[in-house]
Design a protein around this ligand. Structure first.
Ligand code: SF4
Length: 149
């Protein structure tokens, strides 16, 4: 990775009760193998049972979280716009807004700033470049995903 623009740090503070990044019909959450182990274990389920109950596969076979049939929103988002599995949430969710596609161009970053109030909040604090890099790599790993358990 060449020295990217964000390596000197970017201001951000996730806003309590916001939930905008999860509250998107048709959003896709790709899963890493580590996510599958961690989340199923937190629910006292086998990975296979959890994949069958809470996940589905994309057209190319990668596992993703299911969405609610009624509105197409993540099955784990509560009515209060909080994540029901926050402590064990998928690494792609934890990596937002530091997704490669968001950081890629000035245009995509400006769009991300419009979507995420945490990037322009008064209480935003600098997230250092190494932390951002960890999230970027985690997001890439998730996007690669897995097709078989
Ligand atoms: S959109 Fe930004 S501020 Fe809102 S919940 Fe997501 S990460 Fe936090």
């Amino acid at each position: 990775m060449n020295r990217p623009w964000w390596i000197t740090g970017v201001k951000f503070s996730c806003q309590t009760g916001c939930g905008k990044c999860c509250d998107e019909p048709g959003g896709i959450v790709y899963l890493s193998r580590h996510d599958a182990k961690r989340i199923s274990s937190s629910m006292g389920m086998s990975v296979d049972d959890w994949l069958a109950r809470d996940c589905k596969q994309t057209y190319d076979g990668r596992y993703i979280l299911k969405s609610r049939k009624s509105d197409g929103i993540c099955i784990y988002l509560s009515d209060e716009k909080t994540c029901n599995i926050y402590q064990n949430r998928p690494q792609q969710c934890a990596a937002y807004p530091w997704w490669s596609e968001n950081l890629a161009t000035d245009r995509s970053w400006q769009q991300t700033k419009l979507e995420c109030p945490g990037l322009t909040a008064e209480d935003a604090i600098i997230v250092d470049g190494n932390t951002i890099k960890i999230h970027v790599l985690a997001d890439r790993q998730s996007t690669k995903g897995f097709k078989q358990w």
